[in-house]
Ligand binder design. Structure first.
Ligand SMILES: Cc1ncc(COP(=O)(O)O)c(C=O)c1O
Length: 421
């Protein structure tokens, strides 16, 4: 380890010390230092361009977190930023009434997303998953919800329950991805009271290996939802405009009743959506109230329209799959050379390297050493979160990353011989 120098993150640490007096914990939520490897990762960033980020100490990284998902093209993508700047300068974006871009974007989603016939637009993924559940409850006049995956920080679904009365989530039941039997059992018990089954159509649970749907899984969920009259919601906040232009539902050929979109729709600008079947979506106008000061602001709409235009024009998703497949093949071969318990899961646009748990519990050390070496080499991958590949990742970025992975695994292999079972 000492052959590769520890990063100089002095300015990050200084800012963090100051932040702790200003913001509870210094940094809120998933970006806090203890969620990475404390003392090894930077805490504050200064700027980014393309696939690269630079922190406040001047260290540069090839970044695979992509802002936790929204960056599908690259950081500071000029065409998108220019469109937004023009909108702000020439027309304005925050008004008393709605601008016409909502119609354009809703039409575009109808073209691209299989279940989409009508849409509502919000700002964050959490806004939209919560709205989708409310719509399903209003439409069915039922209360219970089956859920699978991370759906944001709101009361009904967040993992840490501090500050939330039990009654806010007592009607929400969790099932495991790819476990149709568990869902079937829950639905046999509660199906006639169930408003919605909400799930990520691709398995990307927090801190765990990624899972593709097993044959028949998504089709099975679809059948169960229909059988019990529950609204099937795909939470495609991470997967739409990433696995395909129409999300995982398009890729795997299973159509939900509602879909939730966010993150990469606007290359970093805040906008999210619930799209779906007219009959269900109409509940949003007839039976409930969803409104917020900032929802109609057009910066997000303009950014989304421009981002989607570029994604289509330049066949961005194909590009990501092609170079990502080559990269993952290389990484898989590298992992195969070493007996360190490393596992590569996911698919080209979203991938994750985890370490098998072992009886001697050295996997934590192996994982932390591996990711520490990567960050020191300027590769921003996350020990507890999968990575993404964006349009602006170059073949050279991916080669540098593969070499760094090789070097880091060789080190781990030497330090922890035969400790993987
Ligand atoms: C699948 C999924 N749903 C919902 C959310 C919540 O989105 P946001 O963080 O924009 O509120 C996330 C965020 O990571 C997500 O990955």
């Amino acid at each position: 380890m000492n052959t590769i120098q520890k990063l100089n993150i002095a300015r990050s640490l200084e800012l963090f010390d100051e932040a702790k007096k200003l913001v509870p914990g210094g940094v809120l939520g998933a970006r806090k230092p203890s969620d990475f490897i404390e003392g090894q990762y930077p805490i504050f960033l200064e700027f980014g361009k393309g696939s690269r980020l630079t922190d406040v100490d001047g260290n540069e990284y090839i970044d695979f977190l992509c802002g936790y998902g929204p960056i599908i093209l690259g950081y500071r993508e000029e065409e998108v930023d220019e469109a937004v700047i023009r909108q702000i300068r020439d027309k304005g974006f925050c008004f008393t009434l709605t601008q016409r871009y909502q119609n354009q974007l809703a039409k575009k989603l109808n073209e691209l997303v299989p279940c989409s016939e009508m849409s509502i637009f919000l700002k964050t993924g959490s806004d939209a998953t919560t709205a989708s559940v409310r719509i399903a409850r209003a439409y069915t006049n039922r209360i219970k919800v089956m859920r699978c995956g991370y759906h944001g920080w709101h009361d009904w679904c967040v993992e840490m329950k501090g500050g939330i009365p039990e009654k806010f989530y007592e009607d929400v039941y969790e099932f495991r991805y790819n476990n149709l039997q568990q869902l079937e059992e829950l639905m046999v018990k509660y199906g006639d009271q169930t408003a919605a089954i909400i799930m990520t159509p691709f398995g990307h649970p927090n801190h765990q290996k990624m899972e593709e749907p097993q044959p028949g899984f998504l089709e099975g969920v679809r059948k169960i939802a229909t059988r019990f009259g529950a609204v099937l919601i795909f939470d495609e906040v991470r997967t739409n405009f990433r696995l395909s232009m129409g999300g995982a539902q398009k890729l795997y050929g299973v159509t939900p009743d509602l879909s939730v979109l966010g993150k990469s729709m606007a290359n970093g600008y805040a906008i999210s959506a619930v799209s779906g079947k007219t009959e269900v979506m109409m509940a949003a106008s007839q039976k409930l109230f969803i409104s917020s000061t900032f929802f109609p602001n057009s910066d997000g709409f303009v950014a989304a329209l421009k981002t989607i235009e570029i994604l289509e024009r330049e066949h961005v998703i194909d590009n990501i799959w092609e170079k990502g497949d080559r990269f993952l093949k290389k990484v898989r071969n590298i992992i195969g050379k070493y007996n360190v318990g490393a596992e590569l899961t996911g698919v080209a646009p979203m991938f994750y390297i985890t370490f098998k748990k072992d009886t001697s519990n050295t996997y934590r050390g192996r994982r932390d050493d591996f990711y520490t070496l990567l960050i020191r080499r300027g590769i921003f991958l996350h020990p507890h979160h999968h990575g993404y590949i964006s349009y602006r990742h170059t073949e050279q970025d991916l080669d540098i990353t593969a070499n760094a992975i090789d070097e880091a695994l060789a080190y781990v292999n030497e330090k922890y011989p035969n400790k993987t079972s």
